[in-house]
Design a protein around this ligand. Structure first.
Ligand code: AMP
Ligand code: GLY
Length: 467
């Protein structure tokens, strides 16, 4: 949507020693891509990348997802970050021009640094194995990987967020929690697959949450530090932006439906569906979020010597006192990405390369008018104990519905070519339409064709329900 160059950098120097810069629209050289990750987000990315006229060969790190396997080639070495030299050599041998890193874990582990050789911007990471790496460096990915770091950056940048304190010591954390008059939110500071945040209703629940995170270590090392913060009230929205280190390009705002059951009830999940765009935000509020959240955050990182390249995702609570940040993610949201890509009209390869090449200021993203809705189909037992190896039928009929794309998120294909459950959130049914209601109708018409006994589906995705 809007486009704002961050104002704290003036360098316009982007040296490139490529005679034919691959970002030029005239470039005809096919682009070989390495896609990292194997969920619904990555299948959606694989589809959109493959639709580009510039697509060369798509290689994928994860071929267990049948949707990705249908579009990509496997790597012929193990995808192992502990062997960076082998990975680099493989990328060079296979002439990988663009790497697209979907999930947070490899970013937090420094995959972007391995592939770029630590160099990027202006001509790509010419010192590295892959010229264009879409995804932030290890340092920048701390914005998601270390909630204490994110809070420090927000404090330094004066970004509106919940008041919070960080603790590495259980006793000190417990005393602080007990001294609060209202129950506070307890967050494992590290990466916990989206599960390390506990929003308690009572003081007792808050103390139990602290015990689970810091003493029982339910989220492992992620719970060595906790962030304890005031509970915010309001409507949540997902604001994602591309960032090339100096230009921020805000994407259409999304609504993620995180709770398991209709009416935003039940436990938090990885996301049961998404709507794009959400009507919870008007352009003015989106501009405010860009000005007061995204720009100062990128600038504060820059002051720390950290250049941010990739997607920055702000989870925002629209409180009576204005928008406040709940969290940052350093990647596309899942399932927001699926809803966003359904409306993304341009050439994704060119746009991601422009982002890696510090040429976002020249990009002009176009969105399909109307709306898109992504409905998640989860296996019975989700989220605690999803049942694997259940046969799913009706996918062809569902996929033939008008305006609908079926994305594989947690499925597998058996030797007799059946599609079976292989995870919690198994499918994403994505539909576009003239407006949210039209897209919703189309998505649910397709969902009704899917046969998976006991499947879990919310029926209010894409409505005004708050969460
Ligand atoms: P996070 O992983 O930080 O996005 O947290 C997961 C979910 O917990 C968010 O989507 C919110 O619904 C909720 N949450 C996180 N922080 C807060 C807060 N300070 N107040 C209220 N809810 C929160
Ligand atoms: N949809 C929320 C996330 O990707 O973290």
């Amino acid at each position: 949507m809007a486009q704002t160059p961050s104002d704290s950098e003036s360098s316009g120097q982007h040296p490139t020693n490529r005679p034919d810069s691959p970002t030029e629209p005239t470039s005809t050289e096919p682009v070989n891509i390495l896609l990292v990750g194997g969920g619904g987000r990555e299948h959606a990315l694989a589809l959109k990348l493959s639709a580009s006229p510039r697509m060369g060969t798509l290689f994928a790190t994860d071929m267990a997802n049948p949707g990705i396997a249908a579009l990509a080639q496997p790597m012929d070495i193990p995808f192992d970050l502990k062997d960076p030299f082998r990975l680099q050599r493989w990328c060079i041998t296979n002439r990988i021009t663009l790497a697209v890193i979907g999930p947070e874990e490899p970013l937090a582990a420094g995959l972007a640094d391995i592939l770029t050789g630590g160099e990027r911007g202006g001509g790509g990471g010419l010192g590295g194995a892959v010229p264009y790496v879409f995804g932030p460096s290890k340092q920048a990915a701390q914005l998601e990987g270390d909630k204490a770091f994110a809070k420090d950056i927000m404090r330094a940048a004066k970004v509106p967020t919940a008041d919070a304190r960080t603790f590495g010591d259980y006793e000190a954390a417990r005393k602080y929690l007990e001294s609060r008059t209202e129950p506070h939110v307890v967050k494992a500071a590290g990466l916990a697959k989206g599960k390390g945040v506990i929003v308690p209703a009572t003081q007792g629940e808050a103390l139990a949450a602290l015990d689970r995170i810091m003493v029982k270590r339910e989220f492992g090392a992620a719970g060595a530090k906790v962030v304890i913060e005031e509970k915010l009230k309001g409507r949540e929205v997902s604001v994602l932006a591309l960032c090339d280190g100096r230009t921020i390009y805000v994407l259409e705002p999304c609504q993620d439906h995180k709770r398991l059951q209709n009416g935003a009830r039940g436990p938090n999940t990885g996301g049961m569906g998404a709507l794009c765009p959400t009507n919870a935000l008007d352009d003015k509020l989106l501009d405010t979020i860009q000005r007061d959240v995204l720009v100062p955050t990128i600038d504060a990182l820059k002051r720390e010597g950290i250049d941010y390249t990739g997607v920055i995702y702000a989870g925002i609570m629209l409180t009576p006192g204005g928008p406040k940040v709940l969290e940052f993610n350093c990647r596309f949201g899942d399932p927001e990405c699926q809803a966003l890509l359904a409306r993304w009209e341009g050439d994704l390869i060119s746009e991601l390369i422009a982002c890696c090449d510090r040429k976002l200021d020249q990009a002009e993203l176009r969105w399909r008018p109307g709306a898109s809705v992504c409905v998640v189909v989860a296996a019975p037992g989700y989220p605690d104990a999803p049942i694997k190896n259940l046969t799913i039928e009706g996918l062809d009929e569902a996929g033939a519905c008008e305006g609908v794309t079926i994305i594989h998120a947690g499925t597998a294909r058996t030797s007799d070519r059946k599609t079976v459950t292989n995870g919690g959130r198994v499918l994403n049914v994505v539909a576009t339409g003239d407006d949210a209601e039209h897209a919703r109708k189309r998505a649910y018409a397709a969902v009704s064709k899917i046969r998976l006994p006991g499947m879990i589906v919310r029926t209010d995705i894409g409505t005004d329900v708050i969460g």
